[in-house]
Structures are given as C-alpha cells and as structure tokens.
Design a protein around this ligand. Structure first.
Ligand code: ACO
Length: 452
C-alpha cells in the first residue's frame, strides 16, 4: 500500500431508532470524506441484521468500497436462508435446519426453498410426480459423456452435461418467463441425479442405468449408481435415509461462493443451465465443496503415516506448511456449524447401522478434540464445518471419493435455483458487476520490439 493515497473515510453509523417505529425501520449512517458528508440508509433484516445501503456512494462521492472476498458486502436482500454464524444458527425459510433434518425430506425441502412455503399434501404430490417424471435425459446426451475422457473428474462432467442441457431445451431458456423457468427448474432437479450417476457409471465403464420413477429421490440416485443390468441393488433404508439427510443439510447456505456464482452468471440474463453449470465449477474448489473430498484424503494420509492427529494439527498451524485442517473453519460460522453437529451424530448411527468399523472416524474425532482445545483454532474461532463428517458418511454408504462434491452439488441444486429465481424477481435486479481499484502502470507508450 506504500505510496498509495489513503485518505480517511469516516463512517459514522449512528443507528437511531425513532420511537414507535416498527421492526423493519431503516436507520441512517453518515459518511464523511474530506468535507463531503453523505447520509445513507441502513437496511434492517427480519432477524435484526443491518447493512448500510451504499448504492449511491460512487455517484455522490466518486469513491467505491473495497472489500476483498466480499466479506463485508451484502449483494442482495433475500428471504430464503438465515444464518447466524456467531450462534451457529441455520434456517431455511425460517425453519431450523435441525427440525427439517429430523422431520422433512429432501424433495419437500427443495419445494420449500423454491416456492417459499411447505407444501400441502396435494401440492407436494403434484410436485413430486412432476420431478419423478422428468428423470430421463435425452439419449443423445450419452454421446456428450462418450466424448470425454473416462478419468475426467465427475464435477467437470456434470458441469459439461448441465451446460449442454441448454442445447436440448432452447424453447425454455427465457429467465423472464415464469412458465419456462418452472419447467427448467423441475427438469434440472429431476435430471441431475441421472446426470450425476451417469458420470460415475461412465468413469467405471459400466452401462448407464435408467432411472426408476417409483423410487424416492435418494433411492433412485442410489439405484442408478449401484445397480447394473445384471444385478439389482437392494437399497438399505439406512443408506437412502442418510443420503436424504445429507441432501437436506446441503440444500442452501445463502450467498456462498457457488450460489453467488449462480446469481452472477444469471444476472446477465444467461439461462438457468449455464448458471448452474458455472455454480458446479465454483463448488468444485477445495476451499468450498471440494473440501469434503479433501477431508477424506487428509484422513487417509494421516492413517497412512502414523495416525497421529496431534502431529497433523501442528502442521496445520504452521503457515509455511501450506496445509490447512480441511473441514475446519468457515467464512460465516464462528461457532460449530449446525450441519456438522447433525452429521457428527448421524455419522456414528449410520456406521453402527451398517456395521462399518471406520478408522478414519476415530482419527477425525481425535483431530476435532485436539483442535477444539488448541489456542490457534480457539482464538480464530475455527470449528468443524459441514464437510468434516459428510465424507465419512458418503464413504460408509459406498460413494467413491471423487463423487463427494457431486453429491454436494446435488444437495445444493434447489438452493442455487431458488436464488436464481429470487434474483430475477427482485425489483432491485441489476447485472452483477463489481468495480476495482486499479493499481497497475499509469499510461505509457508502446515500445517497438527492437527497442525493448
Ligand atoms: N486450518 C488452519 N488454519 C486455518 C483454517 C484451517 N482449516 N481455516 C482458517 N485458518 C486460519 C487462516 O490461516 C487465518 O489465519 P491468520 O489470521 O493467522 O492469517 C485465519 O484462520 C482466518 O482464515 P481465512 O482464510 O482468512 O478465513 P476465511 O473466512 O477467508 O476462509 C475457509 C474460510 C476458506 C473455509 C477456511 O477456513 C478454510 O480454508 N478452511 C479449510 C477448507 C474447508 O474446510 N472448506 C469448506 C468450507 S465449508 C463449505 O464451503 C461448504
């Protein structure tokens, strides 16, 4: 920053609440830049979160805000998911994740996220029926798979096939047409398990298994993953229930990296399939959805070496090692991720029910115990996140490691689509286009090659 101007921008956030005003009042924050003073509205959410609406800042002062990683930036107002990272609270449309995990199903949660309310029986039956009858993908899409290397990561395959769906449904791509959007949303929710399972079948050289529409959502996916034309896959109830639970827990998480990507791509009025394909790409990274794969690889590595959780935790504290304790830490949670809490207990029950002895679970619990007492993790408020235990359940139910993140995408799909829809219906809708502070060379003249 040396040599660069650092003027002082004074942000006075005197949040007065005029008496008698109701819950949703807007307060005012005043900015001062040099002699210039500006008042801006403070928007208050239904759970009391506050944000200064700076949308007039540049027009009125010529300056912008700089917020790498958008850690302090609200990109929209949303009524889909509420998180209180300090208290470890997560609610979809107001319903606590713990209740949904215990009482609901993934398809019902998908409906809730997409349409805002829990469905009545009739409405749900119709929704389910529609999702269960759009599960097949066009036969020629199989050639898209065949054009890709067998060793391709299934996230890359899924992103390609989801993107390719836009070529099959050109009549339903208009983001402003609610009928077309509904059709695309239902198609994608119905077809994604098929697309995901086919990416696995293709990688191991087995024939694609057609969906069976009488099965529930999770069971149908398991059937397409594990049955073959020669042998049925008997789906243990514990396995389909565990998968359904995992999908519920991953279904939405407000403005995370992949959801923001889906919104950003959709904000150019690009179609749903292109937006979701980009979201899959964003989720793939190891700092986001890819962490569930990275956790298992980390646990396997520890088991392979000497099994010492203590030695590994020490390495993760040394910045020079470049190693992080995967499945720990979260941009929003500064407390135990409520999803990790549910998964930790589900992990033990699923493993018990399936009679799986898992050395990696022991290592994970050891790592957690050590880290939660360690000053480094305590002072930085680093707790287990959703990825810490999810991989162990996936592993126990037979999901190969490179499919873990695909399962995350399958769960997150309704959340992505709910945000995409919400954004297009928002009266404040605008193309997403952040600014920057340019720090490159000032104007200079082109130098011919021979003079450089
Ligand atoms: N292991 C060791 N140190 C960590 C870890 C970790 N897992 N996470 C954060 N830290 C340290 C950082 O080195 C930094 O230390 P410093 O203040 O001394 O420089 C401090 O904690 C803050 O970390 P940031 O990276 O600034 O936090 P941020 O909010 O940007 O990152 C993230 C959050 C990416 C999740 C981070 O905690 C991480 O890399 N975790 C491991 C990967 C992971 O599990 N990702 C899944 C997230 S959940 C999801 O996407 C579904």
């Amino acid at each position: 920053m040396e040599g660069r101007n650092r003027d002082r921008l004074r942000l006075q956030c005197d949040l007065f609440s005029p008496e008698g005003e109701e819950e949703f009042m807007s307060d005012v924050a005043s900015f001062q830049l040099g002699d210039q003073q500006l008042e801006m509205p403070v928007v208050t959410g239904s759970e009391g979160e506050r944000g200064v609406d700076i949308s007039r800042l540049r027009a009125e002062t010529g300056v912008i805000t700089l917020d790498p990683g958008y850690a302090n930036t609200g990109s929209c107002q949303s009524d889909i998911t509420f998180i209180d990272g300090e208290k470890g609270i997560l609610r979809y449309r107001g319903y606590p994740i713990e209740e949904l995990a215990q009482k609901s199903t993934f398809l019902e949660v998908a409906y809730l996220l997409l349409y805002g309310e829990l469905p009545t029986q009739d409405v749900f039956d119709e929704f389910k029926d529609e999702i269960c009858h759009h599960t097949m993908i066009h036969e020629s899409i199989k050639w898209v798979y065949r054009g890709l290397p067998k060793a391709a990561h299934p996230m890359a395959v899924c992103a390609a096939v989801v993107g390719a769906l836009a070529t099959y449904y050109p009549e339903d791509l208009e983001p402003g047409d609610s009928g077309q959007v509904r059709m695309s949303v239902h198609r994608l929710l119905a077809k994604f398990p098929t697309i995901a399972a086919y990416s696995y079948k293709y990688s191991i050289g087995q024939p694609f298994m057609y969906p069976v529409n009488r099965l529930d959502y999770a069971s149908n996916f398991l059937h397409m993953m594990f049955a073959t034309p020669c042998e049925e896959y008997e789906i243990p109830q514990e396995v389909s229930q565990a998968l359904d639970l995992l999908l519920i827990l991953h279904a939405d998480h407000e403005q995370n990296c992949s959801t923001s990507t889906v919104r950003m791509v959709g904000s150019s009025l690009s179609n749903l399939f292109a937006s979701i394909s980009a979201g899959i790409g964003a989720l793939w990274g190891s700092l986001h959805g890819g962490a569930n794969q990275a956790v298992i690889e980390m646990l396997e590595q520890i088991a392979l070496e000497d099994g010492s959780a203590e030695a590994f935790v020490s390495k993760t504290k040394d910045k020079k090692s470049g190693i992080r304790l995967m499945g720990f830490g979260h941009r929003v949670y500064r407390n135990y991720d409520p999803r990790a809490k549910i998964l930790k207990s589900a992990c033990s029950s699923v493993l018990d029910a399936l009679g799986v002895q898992e050395r990696l679970l022991e290592i994970a619990m050891n790592l957690e115990e050590i880290a939660l007492k360690d000053e480094y993790f305590v002072s930085r408020k680093l707790y287990p996140n959703v990825d810490f235990y999810s991989g162990l359940i996936y592993r126990a139910i037979g999901i190969p490691v490179n499919m873990f993140t695909v399962l995350f995408a399958l769960g997150r799909l309704p959340g992505w689509m709910a945000h995409w829809k919400e954004m297009h219906q928002d009266p404040a809708f605008k193309i997403g286009r952040p600014r920057q502070i340019y720090v490159g060379p000032e104007e200079r003249s082109y130098v011919p090659m021979e003079n450089r």
